[in-house]
Design a protein around this ligand. Structure first.
Ligand SMILES: [Zn+2]
Ligand SMILES: [Zn+2]
Length: 354
């Protein structure tokens, strides 16, 4: 039977429910296996980023049966909490379940999930860790670390147990002192730089790799390598010439990716382009012929927006190409704009050529 997200959730629910009868060891092994399937489904695109939070939430609710939050007040009338024993061999699969849950929390679209819910998940990870420690009689982090063998990474060789240990340890400390920051590390290595810094991960629409924000192109749906590949058809000599021209122009007009609108207006005026701010104009601007051979750039007024900066730099590029009597090739104009925005395309191209 092909695995589906619904099947995975059912397997986890069943395993958690059967734990009092079949033991915690069997439960954590089955839960970890099911979560691996869930992760594979996510990697295959069978669970879209928007569905990931709901999926993870269902898993957490099921697992709360095994790892409830600590009781606030213990009453004598309460039944004694039963701690199911966990063998040392089962500590690793139990921990890897947390690794996979945390990995899911970094690839899903959590923008619409409330802070309260996210906080709940964070606390659950600590409850899960506590359950492992109590059941397997682990007293400290050194012991825990030795049992989950951090040198080796799980799945695809790209999930870091080390990152998860750092996050879990911080959550535990935060629960006590309320100030320890949870480190901004990812469980999943960036497909380009291999780094774990920065928890945000996004997927490239072209190669489907998962990248850190530094290795994603500014369109945010292509990785830098695929972004650079777009510009590979421009020969190296032309690229070098454009890069040189950009450098000179930015210097001449004291412009950079963070310049204010007025600086663009002044620079463009000298280059024969009159900027006209209009509420109905497109954000990235639109050029029309003006009087006496001048050009008008109709653009919506948005200070500091990426689209408007692209619009201004695009107008600068075209005015430059016109002044130099160079053919107006859209790809070259785009390349010009990227260089203006400070994108390390040449580095990316070199990395691709390797
Ligand atoms: Zn990266
Ligand atoms: Zn890519």
């Amino acid at each position: 039977m092909p695995e589906t997200p619904a099947n995975v959730k059912t397997r986890i629910r069943d395993a958690a429910a059967a734990a009092p009868e079949k033991g915690l060891d069997a439960a954590v092994v089955e839960i970890e296996r099911a979560l691996v399937e869930g992760w594979v489904l996510e990697r295959k695109g069978a669970i879209g980023p928007r569905s990931v939070p709901g999926f993870a939430d269902a898993v957490v609710s099921a697992l709360k049966k095994l790892a409830p939050p600590p009781p606030r007040k213990v009453k004598f009338s309460d039944p004694l909490r039963r701690i199911l024993p966990l063998a040392e061999d089962s500590v690793k699969p139990a921990f890897d379940a947390a690794v996979l849950l945390l990995a899911l929390s970094q690839v899903g679209d959590y923008t619409v999930v409330t802070d309260k819910k996210r906080k709940e998940h964070e606390l659950f990870l600590d409850d899960w860790r506590r359950m492992i420690w109590e059941s397997a009689r682990i007293a400290d982090w050194a012991r825990f670390r030795s049992l989950v063998t951090t040198e080796e990474r799980v799945l695809e060789g790209r999930l870091s147990r080390e990152s998860v240990l750092a996050v879990l340890q911080a959550i535990q400390a935060k629960r006590i002192d309320n100030i320890t920051p949870v480190p901004d590390v990812s469980v999943l290595a960036c497909a380009r730089c291999g780094g774990f810094r920065g928890a945000d991960r996004a997927r490239c629409a072209q190669c489907h790799g998962t990248f850190c924000t530094k290795c994603l192109g500014p369109t945010a749906d292509l990785c830098l390598a695929d972004y650079a590949a777009r510009y590979a058809p421009i020969d190296a000599e032309t690229r070098q010439r454009i890069a040189g021209d950009v450098k000179a122009l930015l210097k001449e007009f004291k412009l950079d990716a963070y310049s204010r609108n007025e600086s663009f207006v002044r620079a463009l005026k000298e280059k024969g382009v009159d900027v006209v701010f209009q509420d109905t104009a497109p954000l990235e601007g639109q050029e029309v012929d003006g009087q006496h051979g001048r050009v008008k750039l109709l653009i919506r007024e948005r200070e500091g927006g990426l689209l408007s900066r692209r619009g201004f730099f695009g107008a600068l590029a075209r005015s430059h190409f016109r002044a130099e009597d160079l053919p107006l090739e859209p790809l070259q104009v785009d390349f010009f704009v990227e260089i203006c925005l400070g994108l390390p395309i040449e580095d990316a191209l070199r990395a691709v050529a390797k």
